[in-house]
Each structure stands twice: as structure tokens, then as C-alpha cells.
Design a protein around this ligand. Structure first.
Ligand code: NAP
Length: 536
């Protein structure tokens, strides 16, 4: 007997990362029938795929974690201020089981196509084997950093050794012991995997094209006293996190760079250098990102630190960024990164001086010659912002393909919906705010869920953003992208790392305050930016 088609669900979520899990939970708690499709074989999203050695948070564990349940917060004991990948993956699986979400998740289910059907006002989602699922609302929680990017280096597929991308790391541990290893890329992933693997290897060769402004993560175990304090302060901490611009607990500085004397400034920079994670951005002098002269002071301080740590002066100079300011690219936070280059088995290749020519069957060739390797690690980043959404075969009203709609870059309202694609949402997608991602993404999930509840309560089942609202929001994103500090456009925030990608700003620089104001306005105005209707 032919299998009968599955019953449509109210809300179909794609992606079991931190945003998708929360969306699944919120939609189910709101009384919708739900299902979640996840391409991987386990929960965790970013923290499932990026299991390379050294992978860990650079937002404080308890600020990245879910805050919707105090019981959950109380029963989970983070071991470190910045947890490592295995602990994060355990946590996300714990959440899935703690809230009985696993039975709604289908693993190993990558979306091949998702097509809006106008007569029924529902989405048909197709899996690679041709099976179809039906949903009233489709929510892609597919993340901004989920499609790994492999540069088109000649011969990349010729290599006969082992090769891995940090964003597609295998579940079975990779044995580095005694191997000749190459790492290509020195962004946040590269600078984590490099020190974590240098100890075991016969040799480690780092291929760097652009040096980054790396500063110490300053991780530490969470003491029992700190743990008790975190629990005691839960309400206050949640309030701070839920209202903070960047979603962090760090206190803002009350001074601009040149308010302090050079001595005071040095002392403050030293304090910043020794402060945890992102506080180098969020607690630094107020003009750090606005005034190029202020930014230069901080960069000079970091450069002096690098020269102080790295013994070989030529290597130190190569590790000091040129041509971009602090904060222009996403700053990585490190543990023992610069020190790694003092090891006798570690070599830095500066690709700006000796560009890569090709990958060969046995290694990598640059203009300075060829080297053989057993393992190549591609720490070469992701198709940021739109990568996943434009690879899901999404077609909206009248067969409009999302790839065509966004041919010149994404247009959104609040970073959650785009006109012409009714009943389709993408919290945590393009036009998200820079900062502690789960806080902003969680705001978006709450907004989407509340909107769907509102629609249901008022007898509507088709929800589509007004093109004018989308245009206004997207213009705001574009305007803010070129406000001071008017950094260059060389970062992946502009899609610059992917050849041929339109240079459009992919974040919302106006940040959470703008999102909060807009959400409040929508709630107060019965969601005036949306056209709510009933199926014909
Ligand atoms: P990334 O920041 O985009 O870095 C990619 C690196 O690969 C860059 O150094 C880039 O050099 C290099 N690269 C690209 N193409 C190359 C080529 N053809 N030849 C040589 N080098 C090439 O990617 P990522 O390090 O994976 O980090 C992406 C984001 O993920 C981070 O910014 C962060 O938001 C997130 N992340 C977070 C953590 C965490 O601590 N929580 C850890 C890892 C990642 P160019 O700069 O010259 O292009």
C-alpha cells in the first residue's frame, strides 16, 4: 500500500542549533503542532558541526545559554566561563531531552526544496530522497555561519592525505600525533585549532593571508562560589542580558581614549588585555570604533604585545595585522595562539608575500616552493548570512526563487521575513545584530512566535511582511553600515570572503535597541508591518 502523505504541521523548523531548538520549544509551548528537520545526525547546529580541537565559546557560557527557564539554568553547571565544544554539545542535547523535544526532531533530514503553495497558503518541503512534508509556517533557523567555504585553490581535490574543514569536522577524533599538518586560515576557527593541535604534531605550517587582531580569551574554571552567585543573580543577570545592546554582561567604559593620559591609557589597555572575551570591544574606550586615532592606540598596544610574545621578530611582524582596524573584522579571542609560533615545529607562511599556487597530491605549493603534508585543515570560513537560506531551494509566491529575490543581497524586515515569501521566517539569519548571537536570535524567535499566536488568535493563517516595511528596514541596515566608523568592506560581514557575492552588509549595525523599538511598535500596532489574511 502506498504510504499516506504525512499530516501537515503548523510550524516546521529547519536546523537544530541554539535558535532552532528554542523556536521548536516556543512553538510547541504556544500550542502549535511542530516538527524540526536537521541535516546532521545530532543536535547542536554550529556546536555539532564545529567539533575541531580547540573549538569553544567566546561569549561567556551562562550568557550564551538559554534563559527561558530558571530550573534549566540552575541544574546545568558550566565548568568554564568559556565552555568547550563537547560541553556545549552536551548542554544543547540536555535541553532537547529536558524539554522532550527530541521526538519532534528528524535528524539526517536536509531540505532540498521548500515551495510555497498559494491556494493552500502552506509550504511543501522536499527532502533529498523526494519525500515531502507540509507546513503552514516554515521557520529556517539555519544560522549565519553554517555553510563552510572552501576557496577555489587549484588542485584542492588532488590532495591524497586527510583534509578537513573546521566547520565539517568528523565525529571520530582526528589523530594529529606525529603528522605534518597544514592549517589554512587564521580567523576565529584557525586561531583556535592552531594552538590546540600544535603539541601533538610533527610539524604545523600555518598559511595566513590576513592577520587578525587577536587578544586573549582569558578563560577560567567557574568556581563553586561563582556558580552560587550566578544562580543567586539569575533574575538580575537575565534582565541585563535581555536588555543589553550586545547581549553581554560586560560594563561599558565611561571615558574616551584621549580623556586618559598615556599612562592611564596603558593601564586601561592592560586591564582590557586581561579581561574576558568580548569585553575588549564592549568595555573598551567609548570611541574605539568611532575614532580611527583611538583605534590605532589600541592596535599599537596589541602589536607591542605580539612583539613581546613572539620571539622571532619577522614572525611577529607577520602576525600583526595591516590594513584593517580593530573591530573591522570580527576579532578572534585566543589562548596561547601567539605563543604557538615560538614552538620549533611551527612555521608561519605569509601568503601576502608568497601566495598559494596550488594544492598538490602531497601538499601545498606557494611561490616560495612546495611542502608535503599528511593533513590539511581548511579553516577558511563560511558563506556568511545567506549561505544556508540560498541553498534550500526556497520558492515563494508565484514561484519566486529566494536566490533571485536576493540576487543583489538580502532584503528583510527585522531579519525575520522577506516580502513575497508568506509564512516563511528566518530568525538568526541575515540582518542579525553583531554581539552575543543567542540573545538577538532569541528576541527574533519570541517575535515570530508571538506574531503566529496573534495571527491564530485573530483567525489568520497567512502572514506576509509589507514590502514597504522591508524596504525601510533594509535601507536602515545599509545606512548604518556606512555610518562612522565607516570601516572598509573587506570582512565577511559584507560577503567579501565569497568571490562573486554581492557586497551588501549582512548585519544590523543598529543592533538590539533598534530591534526592541521596532518589536514594541509592531506589538502596539497589531503588527502593522504585516499583511495578515485567511487562505482564499
Ligand atoms: P573566517 O573568519 O572567515 O576566517 C577564514 C580564514 O580563511 C581567513 O583567515 C581567510 O583569510 C582565510 N582564507 C579564506 N580563503 C583563503 C584562501 N584562498 N587562501 C588562504 N586563506 C584563505 O572564518 P572562521 O575562522 O571559521 O570564523 C568565522 C566566524 O565563526 C567567526 O568570525 C565567528 O563569528 C565564528 N566563530 C566563533 C568562534 C568562537 O570562538 N565562538 C570560533 C570560531 C568561529 P582572509 O581573511 O584573507 O580572507
Amino acid at each position: 500500500m502506498p504510504e499516506s502523505p504525512p499530516a501537515p504541521v503548523d510550524v516546521l523548523v529547519v536546523g537544530a542549533g541554539i535558535t532552532g531548538i528554542y523556536q521548536l520549544y516556543r512553538a510547541r509551548e504556544a500550542g502549535f503542532s511542530v516538527q524540526l528537520l536537521e541535516a546532521g545526525d545530532g543536535a547542536g547546529g554550529t556546536w555539532y558541526w564545529n567539533r575541531y580541537p580547540g573549538a569553544r565559546f567566546d561569549s561567556e557560557s551562562y550568557t550564551y545559554a538559554y534563559l527561558f527557564s530558571e530550573e534549566l539554568f540552575d541544574e546545568w553547571e558550566w565548568h568554564e566561563h568559556f565552555a568547550d565544544q563537547p560541553e556545549i554539545e552536551r548542554y544543547l542535547n540536555h535541553v532537547v531531552d529536558r524539554f522532550d523535544l527530541r521526538r519532534h526532531i528528524r535528524f539526517g533530514a536536509k531540505v532540498a526544496a521548500a515551495v510555497y503553495d498559494e491556494p493552500s497558503g502552506a509550504w511543501t518541503v522536499t527532502l533529498p530522497d523526494g519525500r515531502e512534508l507540509y507546513a503552514r509556517y516554515l521557520v529556517a533557523a539555519t544560522g549565519v555561519l553554517s555553510v563552510p567555504y572552501f576557496p577555489d585553490v587549484p588542485g584542492r581535490d588532488d590532495f591524497r592525505g586527510e583534509s578537513y574543514h573546521t566547520g565539517l569536522w568528523p565525529a571520530a577524533p582526528v589523530d594529529f600525533a606525529g603528522k605534518r599538518v597544514a592549517v589554512i586560515g587564521t580567523g576565529s576557527s584557525g586561531v583556535q585549532v592552531i594552538p590546540a593541535s600544535a603539541g601533538d604534531v610533527a610539524s604545523l605550517t600555518v598559511y595566513q593571508r590576513t592577520a587578525n587582531w587577536c587578544t586573549p580569551l582569558n578563560n577560567a574554571p567557574i568556581t563553586p562560589e561563582e556558580q552560587a552567585q550566578l544562580r543567586a543573580d539569575f533574575d538580575a543577570m537575565r534582565e541585563t542580558l535581555n536588555t543589553s545592546v550586545h547581549g553581554f554582561l560586560h560594563r561599558a567604559c565611561d571615558r574616551a581614549t584621549f580623556d586618559d593620559t598615556p599612562e592611564e591609557r596603558r593601564a586601561y589597555y592592560e586591564k582590557m588585555w586581561n579581561s574576558p572575551g568580548f569585553s575588549k570591544l564592549t568595555s573598551n574606550y567609548t570611541d574605539l570604533l568611532q575614532d580611527p586615532a583611538a583605534n590605532e592606540q589600541w592596535c599599537d598596544f596589541i602589536a607591542a604585545k605580539i612583539r613581546g610574545i613572539v620571539h622571532d621578530p619577522q614572525t611577529a611582524e607577520k602576525l600583526i595585522p595591516k590594513g584593517h582596524r580593530f573591530g573591522e573584522h570580527r576579532p578572534p579571542f585566543v589562548a596561547g595562539y601567539f605563543e604557538t609560533f615560538n614552538r620549533p615545529n611551527v612555521t608561519l607562511v605569509d601568503l601576502t608575500q608568497t601566495p598559494m599556487v596550488r594544492v598538490t597530491a602531497t601538499g601545498i605549493e606557494t611561490t616560495a616552493g612546495a611542502h608535503d603534508f599528511d593533513i590539511i585543515v581548511w579553516a577558511t570560513g563560511f558563506d556568511f548570512g545567506t549561505g544556508a537560506l540560498t541553498r534550500m531551494g526556497i520558492c515563494g509566491r508565484g514561484g519566486l526563487a529566494l536566490t533571485d529575490h536576493w540576487a543583489d543581497g538580502p532584503t528583510t524586515y527585522l531579519g525575520v521575513q522577506t516580502a513575497g515569501f508568506p509564512n516563511f521566517f528566518f530568525p538568526g539569519g541575515p540582518h542579525a545584530a553583531a554581539g552575543n548571537n543567542p540573545r538577538y536570535n532569541g528576541d527574533q524567535v519570541d517575535f515570530v512566535t508571538d506574531l503566529l499566536v496573534y495571527a491564530r488568535d485573530h483567525g489568520f493563517d497567512v502572514v506576509e511582511v509589507d514590502p514597504a516595511a522591508e524596504e525601510e528596514w533594509t535601507s536602515m541596515v545599509d545606512r548604518w553600515a556606512v555610518r562612522p566608523p565607516a570601516f572598509g568592506q573587506s570582512s565577511y560581514y559584507f560577503g567579501a570572503n565569497i568571490p562573486g557575492k554581492p557586497r551588501r552588509y549582512l548585519l544590523n549595525s543598529a543592533g538590539r535597541p533598534k530591534l526592541f523599538a521596532e518589536i514594541a511598535d509592531q506589538v502596539a500596532s497589531d503588527y502593522k508591518a504585516f499583511k495578515l489574511s485567511r487562505r482564499a
